[in-house]
Design a protein around this ligand. Structure first.
Ligand code: DAH
Length: 349
């Protein structure tokens, strides 16, 4: 009987070798290990064996069972690995394929024009000795309003303009002026300093050719001893002439913003219509480009700056409008349209 078990195992091994797929193994297994399988048959005939023989055959048959079990499992696993390898070979992803994007009829798009202009503006300010700072999109009442001297009854706090969170404390920042507050708060920050802070801002407004709910600004702030309006004008003129690569006609009007005193509106002659009037300049010939002013002492006080010794200027430049002027785009909604025919027209750096 011991010999029978050995023969059975040899027979199993040769049959397993002939299996060509998982199913054949699954069919083979019960032939040996099933209730009516070969091993059970052998064990059934144990009743005729002597006590001594039984002692030997019991463990031996268990051993053969285990070996068959293990070999089946191993072969099944081998077939599975082979299947996976075949699938991988078929669905190969070539991660080095970027060069053939053109052959596939796809186009690469380059950078978004707002990104391009933001980088250009940043470079100009870096070259003039400004730092570049960042701030969070989700802000609180303090940084967006209070520390900027915007009293609680100011219309800018109106629910129509601001996306508030349910807690009535947090909001999506409505302007990058928050970066003024964050910049002054930074550890070790002492005047004199000058920095710019670009980023997205959010307003709960109706969209039209010149308004979007999400747009981009770059905030600027310079604080030191004896900072004057002429410093402000100098930096703004340098910036605009470098961006437009020519002298740009500007005008200054008084403007009210709670965080500056005096406050100004710096307008440029509309570069789209040359001053004749179009939808971008609302048919006035001038585009409001750059609100600015001398930092209100209250704002400096919130920033723990000694107002007897220091003063400063600040400005908030709308980047989307700048892009529109520079590239002659007459509707701000193109900038969020993700239309490749539009996006591919701009040169990357
Ligand atoms: N934060 C203002 C806005 O979004 C723009 C602004 C006006 C920024 C005057 C300034 C400033 O820094 O001095 O409407």
């Amino acid at each position: 009987m011991m010999q029978k078990l050995d023969d059975l195992f040899t027979q199993f091994q040769s049959e397993l070798k002939d299996c060509k797929n998982k199913q054949e193994i699954l069919n083979l297994k019960p032939k040996y290990l099933g209730k009516k399988g070969e091993i059970s048959n052998i064990l059934k005939s144990l009743k005729d064996a002597t006590a001594e023989q039984r002692k030997e055959i019991g463990p031996k048959s268990n051993e053969v069972k285990q070996n068959i079990e293990q070999l089946c499992a191993k072969s099944l696993q081998n077939f599975e690995i082979e299947e996976i390898n075949q699938k991988l070979a078929k669905n190969k992803i070539d991660i080095t394929m970027t060069n053939s994007v053109k052959e596939m009829g796809l186009r690469s798009t380059g950078y978004h024009p707002v990104t391009l202009i933001q980088r250009e503006v940043e470079d100009i300010f870096l070259s003039m000795g400004f730092e570049i700072l960042d701030g969070p999109h989700i802000e609180d009442d303090y940084h967006n309003f209070e520390a900027l001297n915007i009293p609680s009854d100011h219309p800018a706090r109106d629910m129509q303009d601001t996306f508030w969170f349910k807690d009535s404390v947090h909001l999506l920042r409505t302007h990058t002026s928050t970066i003024q507050v964050r910049g002054m708060e930074m550890e070790g920050r002492k005047p004199p300093f000058k920095f710019v802070g670009p980023g997205k801002v959010f307003r709960c407004e109706r969209t039209d050719a010149s308004h979007e709910m999400v747009f981009h600004q770059i905030e600027g702030m310079m604080v030191g001893e004896d900072v004057s309006v002429s410093h402000l004008i100098y930096f703004m003129k340098t910036l605009l002439s470098q961006i437009f690569k020519k002298d740009v006609e500007v005008r200054l009007r008084p403007g009210f913003f709670p965080f500056v005193e005096p406050g100004f509106e710096l307008d440029i002659k509309c570069l789209i219509c040359g001053g004749k009037g179009c939808s971008v300049c609302k048919h006035t010939g001038w585009v409001e480009l750059l609100p600015c002013g001398m930092v209100h002492p209250n704002v400096l006080k919130y920033g723990n700056i000694d107002t007897d010794k220091y003063n400063g200027f600040a400005f908030g430049l709308g980047l989307d409008r700048l892009v529109m002027m520079k590239y002659g785009i007459d509707d701000i909604r193109h900038l969020h349209g993700a239309d490749l025919r539009f996006m591919t027209q701009f040169h990357s750096f």
